[in-house]
Design a protein around this ligand. Structure first.
Ligand SMILES: [Zn+2]
Length: 264
């Protein structure tokens, strides 16, 4: 009898968790999925190619700034004033020394969790000077969460310095469906780099559409800089999104998370 009850309880738990995983976020205006375009590292090719393409289509996106050049401060300020989201990507972009050749003072091995959090806090100050906002999201440099060999994510969560943390790793489709269930300290994203095509980006959005969730895309250079997606492919993708704007909600990462939280 007891075994039967336990089996029933286990089945019930399975059904419940299955239902939770299947429940979809109800996006605004009946959109079938949200599409979040994110661009890392404050690159000139984003100011030159991405911002004009997005503005022409009236889409808002998220830009994770690190190593901001003084000569581009006013351009980033205009990007923020135009309704795009500026977000934190540290000041010096520390990654592990194995990632790429870097100044040894600014590799993550040279940091501690405390110095990493201090740097994130200081980048918040720069961001507020650019966009006037008090709170910002964050993306981990190189998708890594170590400082001096210690994972700093939980300390970052406790310090309440950022509203979310975007990584660079995508999740299986079933974990993408309900954005309200997501731990904001582990926001997934799919990277598109060197030679990526509009077809690949569209296929990823179509997958999200079928799951009813969202697609978070991650770019670096567009038509320049590094890990560069061809400008023509990026434009083609933006044009496709514009054609499908009724069924897809193109928004910022903070915008999508805020909506999902308010409409569980
Ligand atoms: Zn980066």
């Amino acid at each position: 009898m007891q075994a039967m009850f336990l089996r029933a309880a286990a089945l019930c738990a399975l059904v419940t968790s299955g239902a939770a995983a299947m429940a979809q976020t109800r996006w605004p205006s009946g959109a079938k999925a949200a599409v979040v375009l994110t661009y890392d590292d404050a690159l000139a090719s984003q100011l030159d190619h991405v911002v004009p393409a997005l503005d022409a289509a009236r889409f808002k996106a998220t830009f994770f700034l690190a190593n901001v050049q003084q000569a581009q401060v006013n351009r980033w300020r205009k990007v923020a004033a135009g309704g795009h989201e500026l977000a934190n990507h540290t000041i010096f972009h520390p990654c592990s020394k194995a990632s790429y050749p870097a100044d040894p003072r600014y590799v993550s091995e040279a940091y501690t969790p405390a110095s990493m959090l201090r740097e994130i806090e200081q980048q918040n100050t720069l961001l507020q000077a650019l966009d006037g906002k008090e709170h910002h999201g964050f993306a981990t440099p190189c998708g890594q969460t170590l400082a001096g060999g210690t994972d700093y994510l939980e300390e970052l969560r406790k310090a309440n310095l950022v509203t979310y943390v975007r990584g660079v790793v995508d999740r299986p489709e079933d974990a993408r469906a309900n954005v309200a269930l997501l731990d904001p300290m582990h926001v997934p994203a799919r990277g598109f780099g060197e030679g990526a095509t509009a077809e690949e980006m569209i296929a990823y959005v179509r997958e999200a559409e079928q799951g009813g969730g969202w697609a978070v895309l991650l770019f670096h250079g567009v038509g320049g800089d590094y890990l560069a997606v061809p400008d023509a492919e990026h434009r083609k993708f933006v044009a496709w999104l514009a054609v499908h704007r009724g069924e897809l909600w193109v928004t910022t990462l903070q915008g999508a998370l805020d909506w999902a939280k308010a409409h569980p």
